[in-house]
Design a protein around this ligand. Sequence first.
Ligand SMILES: Cc1ncc(COP(=O)(O)O)c(C=O)c1O
Length: 411
Amino acid sequence: MTAQPDLDRLIPRARTGSVKWEYREGAVGHGSTLVPAEDPDVIPMWVADMDFPCPEVVVEAIRKRAEHPIFGYSMGLPSYREAFCDWVAARHGFRPDPDWVVPTEGIVPDLGLLVRTFLEPGQGVILHPPVYFPFFGAVRNNGARMHLCPLRREDGPDVDGPNPYRLDLERFEKLAAERGTRMTFLCTPQNPVGRVWTPGELTAFAGIAARHGLIVVADEIHGDLMLDGRRFTPWLSLDHRLGLRSVVCSAPSKTFNLAGLKSSCLVIPDEEMRAAYRHARDHTGVYGVNPLSAAAAEAAWRGGGPWLDRVLAYLSENARTLQRFFSERPELKVGTVPVEATYLAWLDFRRTGIAAEALEDFLLDKARLRLENGAIFGEEGRGFARMNLACPRPLLTEALGRLETALSSTE
Ligand SMILES: Cc1ncc(COP(=O)(O)O)c(C=O)c1O
């Protein structure tokens, strides 16, 4: 048996080209420019990748493939699709058909391509913010109209209560009924608020989409990252029964920390839709897969389960550490919501007295932390920040300590 890595140990990532550790946003808007980050003292907890080594089976598979010294154009192997479908079946109890699976280099470029493929210019896409920020660009930059259906909060009296975020199904139905509304993006589980949608919520959402003929793009990239043993409901396990038109976005990248390998996939059950997407993709000139990435993905799906179970237990404890930290220090006035899935915590600074516009600089200059500014996830995220918890616990503890010191000296 391979020795398990020590997740408490920080592996330096300097000089690996890491976006999270070696770069920061430039001045010209989010995502458009990255410039080298000059200050090595800042703890980076922004970009969503993990500071843990990926499963050893993945490294071995890349090594093995590299022993064949020809890296010509590749379409991957049929076993890639089988491995993905077997993984989803074993993990979540629903097996997609391997024919539905289309490997791609990344979900983000695909979101825009899906809009261009299935919408006429000016038709509408419904988004549910606060949400993963590239959703906005995928709609705006591809000629579609954006309809916002913000998540609602149902906060109970208990500060340590359940995750309060809910889909606004009433507003969703109204927007879905408008002429020209054609598509919705659903982030499931939700980034940044960490909610796992229940089968009931998903069924109600699917019912509305079916009634109004919407195409649902269900982004399940965080679907394997269920904390504290929660169950994930794959969108297609519902869609299948309702005869919906859906595209599911998936990848081994978040699950096994392989984002740099650029190996994602779309699952498109409807044959005509799949053909339309492939056609649109041909027009971009992109085809084929990176053979090292395909080998890595397949190995992860086939043999990464025990690694993932261990990482999920560690992440669940990191999430509890964060929750405990703030509930034991109410004087800091930082609100949290339980992280049900993903490794991203959604922190509410609105009661701290720090202006939303000043929050990012405060965190950087006073706490020496680079978090993701909540405002990039939509207007609803102003005054919030997203903290990436996929790091060794000693680093998390250090970050929380820095935050406490900085917040305690703001009076
Ligand atoms: C919801 C969601 N979708 C997609 C991505 C990125 O996907 P890809 O790297 O395949 O473009 C992320 C990364 O954080 C994400 O959180």
